[in-house]
Design a protein around this ligand. Structure first.
Ligand code: GLY
Length: 339
């Protein structure tokens, strides 16, 4: 099923069209979205908004929540201008784009994931097939690529021999990997609470631009870049994966929601905890989005300026999340322009 922004706009929903001028700070403890307005879709960054809208269109056209996750994430994965998701993303230190993605289904607590995947247009679809067609949770590298090709997923040529040679030369000259910031990587994490009360989510990224070949970040790691618990809620991460993976960040957000925290407060608390332990303190460059079973949602960043997209049947907008630290990551955040 192919869905897009045009179809979303023609669905007759009372969409409130929101551009950059309408970006607003999320109300402290956003109220629950009424059940009649579900599905609720929350994702990272302004480029999450067209993804949310594609997800909503897929669901309103009769697709499942997983179809919504997959179709939604296809949007940034296909966007050649997106430098942090899909094959248009920034390459690694060997000049090769390596992609990470995962998907989780609340019902059945199922998960699928791919990492360091080369040449496949839609890593989120590969992750979904790992979940649905294999007894495994995670496939990596060439094995993941062969599986995706066997599944008939679209691919692009990815000749790495020349790039590998160039990388070896550069390493010999002791070229350093550029430190990651919000400017050279971010990620889409997309969460959906359905009208039936079920929750699904997905995450996709090209990771840290200039990373060492083979480096895998938080995005395909269940509990780090994404976590879904159908009894509680879901959370997803963006930012410097190394600072999420060591703390099981998304799992921790969900566990704090289980203990009664509002999704926004849970995101803030996880960032505070990481910053307290981490030698980088507030310089950790991480942000989280979350939603819970009651239809409440929220987000937070280690720096001010992180933006996230929220969509339901009535509205589709970009909100500004509170930052724990004083640093500001800029007017838009990441390396993307709002769409
Ligand atoms: N959060 C994406 C990455 O670090 O790869």
């Amino acid at each position: 099923m192919k869905t897009g922004r045009r179809q979303f706009l023609s669905l007759g929903t009372s969409l409130v069209a929101c551009g950059t001028s309408s970006i607003s700070r999320a109300a402290e403890g956003a109220p629950a979205v009424p059940g009649t307005d579900l599905p609720l879709i929350v994702s990272t960054w302004p480029f999450g908004r067209p993804a949310n809208e594609a997800a909503l269109a897929a669901i309103l056209a009769g697709g499942s929540l997983l179809d919504g996750v997959e179709q939604g994430i296809h949007v940034p994965e296909l966007d050649a201008g997106n430098k942090s998701v899909g094959l248009g993303g920034l390459p690694n230190d060997a000049g090769v784009v390596q992609l990470d993605a995962c998907i989780m289904s609340g019902p059945g607590h199922r998960a699928g994931s791919v990492a360091a995947l080369e040449g496949i247009v839609h890593p989120i679809s590969a992750a979904r097939r790992v979940m649905e067609k294999t007894p495994h949770v995670m496939l990596v590298g060439e094995g993941a690529r062969m599986f995706a090709l066997e599944q008939g997923l679209a691919s692009r040529p990815n000749d790495t021999a020349a790039a590998y040679e160039a990388w070896r030369k550069k390493r010999a000259e002791k070229a350093a990997v550029k430190p990651a910031t919000e400017k050279n990587h971010d990620t889409i994490a997309l969460l959906i609470l359905g009208a039936d009360g079920n929750i699904c989510g997905g995450c996709s990224t090209s990771g840290w631009g200039g990373k060492l070949p083979g480096r895998v970040g938080d995005s395909p790691i269940i509990g780090s870049g994404l976590y879904v618990d159908n009894e509680v809620g879901a959370a997803g991460a963006t930012g410097l994966g190394e600072n999420v993976m060591r703390y099981c960040g998304s799992f921790l957000v969900v566990e704090l929601m289980r203990q009664g925290l509002h999704p926004q407060e849970a995101c803030l608390e996880v960032i505070r905890r990481i910053a307290k332990k981490d030698p980088k303190g507030m310089g950790i460059s991480v942000s989280f989005v979350a939603l819970d079973k009651q239809g409440r949602y929220g987000a937070a960043g280690s720096a001010a300026g992180f933006q996230y997209a929220v969509t339901n049947r009535k509205t589709s907008t970009v909100l500004k999340a509170p930052g724990v630290g004083n640093r500001d990551i800029g007017p838009v955040g990441g390396n993307q322009s709002p769409k």
